[in-house]
Write a protein that binds this ligand. Structure first.
Ligand code: CP
Ligand code: NVA
Length: 304
């Protein structure tokens, strides 16, 4: 069932390239129904400090389909929102549930949970990374092209959590990755350096030129220009990001057989045009579906 027993997933770089490929293979078998593992009596706790549709629902359905249960540890109705220390919350939850998926702001909070819990902790999105999203993204790319190695993924927009996990994930599986952002919105240099050190025979390019980045790409990827927690900057960001819109003009520069991904939620007319996200090269609904299969694989592997 995989070999990630008891492991945390705080960053996609917590996995090796081989471990990611093994998870994708497991996800494929789960998706086809070839295997049906049973994790009766296992409980997944969801502690989400930010809104979520896909991650929340796909994790809940994933553990249900594996025979286990989910508990919603909504911070607003637990003592978390009244200031109980994370160190104490972590040590208590550790005694009740078998695995925790946490969506929060600071990566440091995830690290504290992981430090004080013996059970595995999964990053369900932080300001720094979104590793579960990147697993589903890679599964979707693999499904379409029958391979990952040697393909080029171009991300246009904000150098955010999604961009960070894609940088690391692509580097780990041997894909070329290009990230095009406005000046001042580049990905974290430490993450870029980490991706470069992980990449063996593939390129990691960070640029301000979306057209250059899109040339001959196999995958074009967009995410929101304003992430959760940045709402106050939204009106300032709109004009800055306009040249980074994923539209037909940018698509025309990519490979003829290229596909379009977006982690969702999408804002048509902002980071992506309606004709592109709803067009024939778009794979966003398969990508959203794959959140379920990839996370089922992840849960099965760490609970086994
Ligand atoms: N892509 C993603 O993580 O979506 P949610 O915010 O709806 O979970
Ligand atoms: N970058 C986005 C991703 C949402 C799934 C955010 O953090 O809001």
């Amino acid at each position: 069932m995989g070999n990630l027993t008891g492991r945390d997933l705080l960053s996609l770089a917590d996995l090796s390239g081989a471990e990611i490929l093994a998870l994708l293979n497991l996800a494929k078998q789960l998706k086809s129904g070839e295997i049906q593992p049973d994790f009766q009596r296992k409980t997944l706790g969801l502690l989400f400090r930010k809104a979520s549709t896909r991650t929340r629902v796909s994790f809940s359905v994933a553990i249900h389909q594996l025979g286990g249960h989910v508990i919603d540890l909504d911070p607003s109705v637990t003592q978390v929102s009244r200031g109980e220390p994370i160190e104490d919350t972590a040590r208590v939850l550790d005694r009740y549930v078998d695995v925790l998926a946490i969506r929060t702001f600071a990566q440091a909070e995830l690290e504290t949970f992981a430090k004080y819990c013996k059970i595995p902790v999964i990053n369900a999105l932080s300001d720094l990374e979104h590793p579960c999203q990147a697993l589903a993204d890679l599964q979707t790319v693999e499904e379409n092209f029958g391979k990952l190695q040697g393909l080029t993924l171009t991300y246009v927009g904000d150098g955010n959590n999604v961009a960070h996990s894609l940088l690391l994930g692509c580097a780990l599986v041997g894909m070329n990755v290009r990230v095009a952002t406005p000046k001042g919105f580049a990905p974290d240099p430490a993450v870029v350096a980490q991706a470069r050190s992980l990449a063996k025979n593939s390129e990691v390019i960070v640029t301000n030129d979306p057209k250059l980045a899109a040339q001959s790409a196999h995958v074009l990827y967009a995410d929101v220009w304003t992430s959760m927690g940045q709402e106050a900057e939204e009106s300032q960001r709109l004009p800055i990001f306009q040249p980074y819109q994923l539209n037909a003009e940018l698509m025309a520069l990519a490979d003829r057989d290229s596909i379009v991904l977006h982690c969702l939620p999408a804002h048509r007319g902002e980071e992506i045009t309606a004709d592109v996200i709803d067009g024939k090269q778009s794979r966003v609904w398969d990508q959203a579906e794959n959140r379920l299969h990839a996370q089922k694989a992840l849960l099965a592997s760490i609970l086994s």
